[in-house]
Design a protein around this ligand. Structure first.
Ligand code: CA
Length: 245
């Protein structure tokens, strides 16, 4: 995953708006820059694929409309967040922008605090998507894992216990996969939080306890008396695959 400053492209032909946006984004610590039209945007993306974290896109631009630019970006960048900033307030314009692959639409004039909040939100969502993609790719490569009466299918996100199939969510699968990778180790809640959850998001350690309770329902014959996913008093948890051994 990319680290450090988030790179934001502003596609805007009105210099005053472009400069104001760039200034405000830079003040928030983003690496923001401006391109004035579609052709320069598309050739930039051609030369620097995957380099952007967010695009702020005007609709009324010389030569090529924002809609066309949006559609072209989507042909190569499937999850790059795109937020349209436009003076057009009609529902049809918004709908068309979304049909072209825009994630958000803000009408001009806009309030900077709301824009910044939307920017943060889109960037965080993008990072979650990238992380989920990476974790899915890792799971695709994993063989099924067997312990006790349980079979874990990493590809299908399933746990099969005594012939009963449980469907797991992405985060549940990530957590179970993490326990399996660290079998027999005592894992503190803070370590689990750091390794499995995104530390940029506020997650209480109680969340881990709730997730462990859910995992126990899938993997334990008696969730109230766990044999595999053991609580370690004052610390966290320990996954024990081989109970008899
Ligand atoms: Ca314009």
């Amino acid at each position: 995953m990319k680290s450090g400053q988030r790179r934001i492209l502003i596609v805007e032909d009105e210099e005053a708006i472009a400069t104001g946006l760039r200034f405000n984004l830079q003040a928030e610590g983003y690496d923001a820059f401006v391109l004035p039209d579609g052709p320069s945007t598309l050739s930039y993306l051609d030369e620097h694929p995957g380099s952007l974290d967010l695009v702020l896109l005007d609709l009324m631009l010389p030569g090529m409309s924002g809609y066309e630019i949006c559609r072209s970006i989507r042909e190569t960048e499937d999850i790059l967040p795109i937020m349209v900033l436009s003076a057009r307030t009609l529902t049809e314009d918004k709908a068309h922008a979304f049909d072209c692959g825009a994630d958000q639409y803000m009408t001009k004039p806009f309030a900077i605090p709301e824009l910044m909040s939307r920017v943060r939100n889109l960037l965080a969502r993008n990072e979650r998507l990238i992380r989920i993609g990476e974790s899915k790719a890792r799971n695709q490569a994993k063989e099924n894992y067997l312990f006790g009466n349980v079979e874990v299918d990493f590809r299908q996100f399933q746990v099969i216990r005594d012939g009963e199939t449980h469907q797991l969510t992405t985060l549940e699968m990530q957590l179970l996969s993490y326990f399996i990778d660290h079998a027999n180790d005592v894992l503190s809640r803070s370590r689990i939080l750091k390794d499995v959850w995104d530390t940029s998001v506020e997650v209480s350690t109680r969340t881990i306890d709730n997730f462990v309770m859910r995992l126990r329902k899938y993997i334990e014959a008696d969730p109230t008396n766990p044999q595999h996913l053991i609580s370690v008093r004052g610390t966290g948890y320990r996954f024990v695959p081989d109970v008899d051994g």
